[in-house]
Write a protein that binds this ligand. Sequence first.
Ligand code: ARG
Length: 461
Amino acid sequence: VGNEMWGGRFAARPDAIMQEINASIDFDKRLFHEDIDGSKAHAAMLADQGIIGREDAAEIARGLEAIRAEIVAGDFAFSREREDIHMNVEARLAEIIGPAAGRLHTARSRNDQVAVDFRLHVKGAFQAAEAAFGRLIEALLDRAEEHADTVMPGFTHLQVAQPVTFGHHCLAYVEMAARDRSRCADAITRLDECPLGAAALAGTGFAIDRHATALALGFREPTRNSIDSVSDRDFALEFLSMASIAAVHLSRLAEEIVIWSTPQFNFVRLSDAFSTGSSIMPQKRNPDAAELVRAKTGRINGALISLLTVMKGLPLAYSKDMQEDKEQVFDAIDSLAIALAATTGMVGDMTVNVAAMRAAAGHGFSTATDLADWLVRELGLPFREAHHVTGRAVALAESQKVGLEALELSALQTLEPRITEAVYAVLGVDASVRSRTSFGGTAPDNVRKAVADWRTRLLSA
Ligand code: ARG
């Protein structure tokens, strides 16, 4: 048997190892819809331009739809000998419609074919991610609204810093997810150019209409430079960059869920639906979903570095190195999708332990800054001096093993004689969060307003 694909030039079949390193069909079959859509648009354009006959184009379209149906039904015999999705589809087309199949590849190369297929796929992935970020934002907004008044400790260095509201904490993640979402929209505007018709790298002498195929495939316009068209993978790198940043955000929330759901913190409880048990320790409820979300970040960040490294130093235009773009991106698409879905699920699922959060918010002298601010506001102390007085109050409370609010007035007055009974109003955690009304601050009314603002913004987006 000769060489099925390159019979003209090649007498022998590829070595088994050559086939193994070269064949991409095992993973690029995922592009079958895009490949068929791209080929249909190309064939229709070729017919409109009088480059191939109308009947041949109609046969090609019919055959391609038959192939799509076979693949969807699981009846398609993918072949490694036919290397990739492009050759698999074309060879099957010849089996179904005969010689007219040979006209499809006029004025086209696999280089622009794979570029258009992959771009379409990544565009779809960006759109899906954009919608998934929207669902996460909705889930976070619901919790933020519900817990606008729920006081929890805010942390720096994972040590209690100042009381905040759980609603405000949720809104911090809304900000992150909204930036991730907008990165999708930004990237789509840049990738929305169609490389089909760049052919191998130089363009073609056939009178093709690249604007027509671009439009038919839902792109804004054709790419401008044929060499760049077949050598550019920025759209894939942008997806991986967006996904990496988003995965970092998700890993931070996942980490907090892990911490919050420990018996020591006991801030949230995940239901049975989002927990796993231990095979040996009957008491355990493990937050495996959160841990796996945290871990997906490793794969996604790895994919970014992997593709950056593949692309680095590649001379123009196409080199087969670029076939190594797909597995990384496909894995990142899937990892991001499941991480987003699991996070959205956990955000909606978790039961918030309001009492535990509130109790913890009062630990660690969390209203010390409120005391210092009171000394500045009511007694006119410079903040540095107020900081010093408050430090001594904390030391005193620590030695008595009580909170600031439990110190006797007379004790406070030994530190600063002008302190009055009124100071106790600012030493409670509720008063503390209510006072944080500066724009972007944690006060419950701010949180309610921020939720409402986000809802309007999402509606208009
Ligand atoms: N399977 C190839 C890829 O994914 C398609 C393009 C092949 N082009 C070529 N000149 N060998 O990149």
